[in-house]
Design a protein around this ligand. Sequence first.
Ligand code: NDP
Length: 487
Amino acid sequence: MSQAPEYQLWIEGGYRPGRQGQYFDALNPANGEVIGRVAQADEEDVDAAVAAAVRGQKVWGAMSGVARGRILMKTATLLREHRDELARLETLDGGKPIAETPEADVDSAADCLEYFAGQASSLQGEYQSVDGGFFYTRPEPLGVCAGIGAWNYPIQIAAWKSAPALAAGNSMVFKPAELTPLSALRLAELFRDAGLPDGVFNVVQGFAETGQAMTAHPDVAKVSLTGEVGTGKAVMKASADSLKAVTLELGGKSPLIVWDDADLDNAVSGAMMGNFYTQGQICTNGTRVFVHESVRDAFVEKLLERTGKLRVGDPMDPSTDVGPMVSKGHHDHVMSFIEKGRSEGGKVLIGGESVSVPGFENGGFVAPTVFDSLNDDMTIVREEIFGPVLSLLTFRDEDEVVSRANSTPFGLAAGVFTRDLNRGHRMAAGLDAGIVWLNEYNLTPIEMPFGGIKQSGIGKENSRRAFEHYTRLKTVYVAEGDVDAPY
Ligand code: NDP
């Protein structure tokens, strides 16, 4: 019998066991140890969470935006006060280096709560005078929203979904990915400590079936998912029966384009951040690195020199750059892509292997990998790997590189490194991507709309645009004269 702590579901402001008494294990990806036993929600538990959210939303939606904002702001303050503890929890549960989690995970979640705390009181409608009177519009909450998260940025995703939803007066039932179930529960506790009314934020745990119970639920008005393209399609289909609104943040295979006039040190920094940060487990990663043929050798020299210095190891060690993959299964999945890359004729310039870290033999570590000698049709150039695998490609001219960059069903992000501003803007216009970074990569300030196009998603998170996806617009016409009836 495992001695690991038990984590229950969070429903109506407190912990509750699952009705079936089923548990699954939360593992530390660095060593495979069980760090918790997590209650699994069945359909009835999801029903209970949704019913609690319906009750909670009535209270919450009736409060003023200022009052809601105050509670979100207090939650952000509590997140910052618990920064170290939360960062350690994310590292323990997801294997992300402790060098990353305080800023990339906890601060990012707190920034989001602060931003939407400030926006909560400024949801505005419009007024317009028309023939016979005027109309105004009311942005109203949708009701109960379901949030379903991926495992790569657990607390950030929970905040990116809950903060705008709650700011707009909705309640939420949130399901973290089953591989990283813990931090959403801490967020729920901090919401409660900040004074959030019971039932406004609920956490159910489980696998795809739990997510399916959420998407099928008649009292859920909206589903926001972060996950794979296939899951996005399943969620959209399931939501169609009750015409729920969906926001889908899905996968990608984004291009990062380095011109001959680029600052190569910055471009290499961008390529490394966009391929190796969080072990490469980032949806927006620029995994297809197109380098102008005239600077290819210089770029590769710098890239390999710096990549060779990355330290793979214990994610709790502050000097570690690259921790374990989120699970042994995902490690094997990434390694199978590396093998495929080799067997299709790609050449590994660095990495390309599983790394054994002393004391962490049960963790699945993958060396940061750069592939060369590729063409656009190879599997590793076309498919999302979600690991530290960079595909190096070269190009000659602008039309060619834009067309090759766009030749994918994905459309999440893109990066262009160039000193030629006109070219940068022209390419930003031509690239099929929801986000384009010019001379940067992977920065996602909360003020900036975030989301993909094509098969990378629907809708935007962050920024005031997020409110469009968490409100319904009611139009109210007001007559100023008599009714002009022809009968
Ligand atoms: P998955 O699609 O496997 O899972 C995402 C979530 O959906 C999990 O909570 C999962 O539960 C749940 N789920 C699975 N099937 C269903 C279903 N049929 N109905 C409802 N919910 C379901 O993604 P991963 O967790 O593996 O995350 C990696 C993927 O997420 C990558 O493709 C990545 O690109 C994408 N991603 C996109 C981002 C973006 O903003 N665009 C950001 C981060 C990641 P369970 O975990 O139990 O399977």
